[in-house]
Design a protein around this ligand. Structure first.
Ligand SMILES: [Zn+2]
Length: 151
């Protein structure tokens, strides 16, 4: 863990809280460049945008790529409050993001070590370093509160 990871996770948690306030599943993500600066932010937007791909990671990567005018996010770190799903893990590899730091493990749909390990699958041409379970309790609490309120 680097200081920038910690700062990134704080921001990602704030974005997740914003998602919950907007009626979206509370997941937030930021993209850090090699120096640790935030170049993209995202939170779940599926309800708002009616976009099935509107996951926090995809939104953050789109913003980061636009900010540097390149799809290639090599050298960047994605910090996200929940373990990425299969779709996001695929997008992370497509963007060549080299490092992923996430909060809560997702035992039901995680693709960074839980259900699948897409990010470290040696059969694929690209892989990412994974740091999981960072401040897991904070991310899990946000998700638990959100789904408890909906019941
Ligand atoms: Zn996803």
């Amino acid at each position: 863990m680097r200081q920038a990871d910690t700062d990134g996770m704080l921001r990602a948690l704030a974005l997740a809280e914003q998602a919950a306030a907007a009626g979206e599943v509370p997941v937030g993500a930021v993209l850090l460049d090699a120096s640790g600066a935030i170049i993209g932010e995202g939170r779940n937007t599926r309800e708002q945008t009616h976009d099935p791909t509107g996951h926090a990671e995809v939104v953050a990567m789109r913003q980061a790529a636009a900010s540097i005018s390149s799809w290639n996010l090599e050298g960047c770190t994605l910090v996200v409050t929940l373990e990425p799903c299969v779709m996001c893990a695929g997008a992370i590899l497509q963007a060549r993001v080299g490092r992923v730091v996430f909060g809560a493990w997702d035992e039901k749909a995680g693709a960074a070590g839980s259900m699948y390990d897409v990010l470290r699958d040696r059969r694929l041409p690209y892989r990412a370093e994974v740091v999981g379970g960072v401040w897991e309790d904070a991310s899990t609490a946000l998700l638990r509160d959100f789904f408890e309120q909906r019941r």
